[in-house]
Design a protein around this ligand. Sequence first.
Ligand code: CMP
Length: 168
Amino acid sequence: SERSLIIKAIQQNDFLNRLDEEQINMMVECLSWDECNQGKVIIREGSEGDTLYIVADGELNVTQAGRYLRTLTRGDVFGELAILYNCKRTATVTDLPHFAKSRNRPSVWTFNRASEWWDVIVPGFTNTQWLENFRKSEETFIHLCNKLRPAMERRDTNFRVCVLKRKE
Ligand code: CMP
């Protein structure tokens, strides 16, 4: 089934296989499915990115500075490096028509770090995972957040009202 394919893909990935069973199940619940447009760049080298992908169908190509690196097929995880190392995308992933060997239009399952990481993955962390991921316990983390919050909140001053910045 699709679910077992996704779970297998997660377990085979060096980064995602650190998640325990409960976290994997929650991650599977958060995945959305997306069809790729032909010739569309899915990940552009050097850009910012918060999304991790699993190939659902078809074949995608990984290139770096225009050099061919690898073809990704069903069940392959990609886009994990920018999330793991908090870096820019290290390669370009496209569905180039002249590379396409399969007749199926490529599609992917996507997982967005921005919301799911904090809403779903972190709340499921064990004490050990808190130490591994944050180098501190959950209590210390919350204590620090509460200490820092007053200094970071927007406030009106005598000179002007605070500047509203729309979330991007
Ligand atoms: P990320 O850097 O987030 O975005 C581009 C993705 O391409 C990257 O994550 C990896 O999933 C993948 N990638 C980068 N380099 C290679 C490589 N040498 N071989 C296969 N896949 C790669």
